[in-house]
Design a protein around this ligand. Structure first.
Ligand SMILES: [Fe+2]
Length: 485
């Protein structure tokens, strides 16, 4: 399928016919059905195509757009990507309104992707890719695949990576419009893929740069209020972090960069004897900091945090006993092989007292991609949703779990075999709605049918199953994170 750029840009007018001509992820008959999650998406992207409601009813009042980002290019001819995290970023857009869900998707237009598509091979070094010495690397943005997450800021859609700038994209056509420059002197400064939004719309994010970490404070209109730096003492691997109403919390896991070599992650050493250190920073004065010591854990994702009246901080995260997806992460899956689960994480509440060591309270929920009600980032709350479970025959989670911290109980919905479930986001049903009165919306791949689906749950009744399921006529690759706008 070869769609022209003009057709893509104007294809908002396309209707039912789009399903019949929708480009498919390159599934190969010799590969298992789940491999569509790790296969190349069409180079020209996915033209807008309506999804079919296959279960339940359209939730009244659910109007908006789910954007998601993730790697979607893993193979040039016989050459495979050597790490899942290094595939070119593609933003998926699912517009929901008037009882319809319409999917489209488009690759971030990056220097890396342009040069590699011209050459017909992978060239750029990356998180887990050594790269070809011929590839010109002047700055980290030269290798930036823009493939981890998305955020809306000041009316712009931003595609986020962790080691470089954000890419500005048109929120409707998904056309890439160049790098986001937050402030002239911050040009090229990395912007982490896990920004946190205050209830008033202000955004905090980090810039990782060795043992120094930059801190962005962004106004609700997308302008930059402030930027400062803190020292974390060593080159810890930082993918995510968290905050309370008054504090920023950087979790310094003992996965520490000791060498600057390609691929990036091969320069890191796991030093469990150092434990996990938590740097707590005053939002109003970045010089006011304190450290807390916890046991060794590795992690990619936090849920969120809050501070109690006595100063105790509680934060939840998907903690692993040791790093996963380091060197070679996902390389087997990209080739259609699956050897079973790696180390299992646990949804864990870390309790940081005003003085003394951090205590870990583990739940029985194994999985990742924790999410909370976006109105309660930094505030006390009850619920955390997380992808959990597994089908022994294929990678990824196949359940959605919701932990209620106020009761210690959880609800789980098992999608059954043949599903790969992705991150689910809380969407409040209205202003002032309780946490339990939210929808949870997320995507999943139905690997038996080779189709991607959008599932909507009632956050208070997850174990009852989805209230609505839309199905595409094809699958798009597994992604990492999304946002609801
Ligand atoms: Fe992430």
């Amino acid at each position: 399928m070869n769609l022209s750029r003009r057709m893509f840009l104007h294809s908002g007018l396309m209707t039912g016919a789009a399903l019949a001509v929708a480009p498919k992820v390159m599934a190969e008959p010799t590969l298992p059905g789940w491999h569509v999650g790790y296969a190349n998406a069409p180079a020209e992207g996915f033209a807008p195509a309506p999804m079919k409601l296959v279960r339940g009813r359209v939730p009244a009042g659910l109007t908006g757009t789910l954007y998601r980002n993730g790697p979607a290019w893993f193979r040039h001819g016989d050459q495979y990507a050597t790490h899942w995290f290094d595939g070119d970023g593609m933003v998926q857009r699912i517009a929901i309104g008037d009882g319809k869900a319409v999917h489209s998707g488009r690759f971030a237009d990056t220097k890396k992707r342009r040069l590699e598509m011209q050459a017909g091979k992978f060239l750029a070094p990356g998180f887990g890719t050594k790269g070809d010495p011929s590839f010109p690397v002047g700055s980290s943005d030269d290798v930036n695949p823009g493939n981890i997450s998305v955020m809306m800021s000041g009316g712009e859609l931003l595609a986020l990576w962790e080691g470089g700038s954000a890419y500005r994209m048109d929120p409707v056509s998904l056309e890439t419009k160049g790098f986001k420059v937050w402030r002239e002197d911050l040009k090229g400064m990395p912007f982490l893929a896990h920004p946190k939004r205050e209830p008033d719309g202000r955004v905090w994010s980090l810039a990782t740069s060795g043992s120094r970490v930059g801190i962005y404070n962004i106004n609700p209109d997308g302008s930059t209020k402030d930027f400062g730096m803190v020292d974390i003492g060593a080159r810890h691997y930082i993918h995510d972090w968290t905050m309370t109403e008054r504090k920023l919390i950087i979790l310094c896991q003992p996965w520490i960069q000791t060498k600057n070599i390609p691929p990036f992650i091969d320069g890191f050493v796991w030093k469990p004897e150092e434990g996990m250190k938590f740097l707590i920073i005053d939002k109003d004065d970045l010089k006011k900091t304190r450290w807390a010591q916890g046991p060794a854990r590795s992690f990619y994702h936090t849920g969120a945090a809050w501070e109690e009246s006595d100063g105790t901080i509680r934060l939840d995260a998907a903690f692993y006993p040791e790093p996963i997806l380091g060197s070679g992460g996902g390389a087997d899956e990209i080739r259609g092989k699956y050897a079973g689960d790696q180390a299992t994480s646990k949804l864990t509440m870390a309790v940081i007292p005003v003085s003394g060591d951090v205590k870990m309270i583990e739940t029985s929920i194994a999985g990742d991609f924790p999410q909370v009600d976006p109105r309660r980032h930094g505030l006390s709350r009850k619920l955390t949703a997380m992808v959990s479970g597994s089908d022994p025959g294929q990678p990824g989670g196949n359940s959605l779990a919701v932990q209620d911290w106020s009761t210690g109980k959880s609800q789980v919905f098992d999608f059954g075999d043949g599903y790969m479930v992705e991150e689910n986001l809380f969407v409040p049903k209205g202003t002032g709605a309780a946490e339990t009165d939210c929808w949870l919306i997320g995507t999943a791949i139905n690997s038996k049918l080779g189709r991607s689906e959008v599932h909507v749950f009632d956050a208070g009744h997850v174990s009852d199953g989805p209230v609505a399921v839309w199905q595409a006529g094809y699958a798009w690759p597994l992604g990492f994170h999304g946002t609801w706008a």
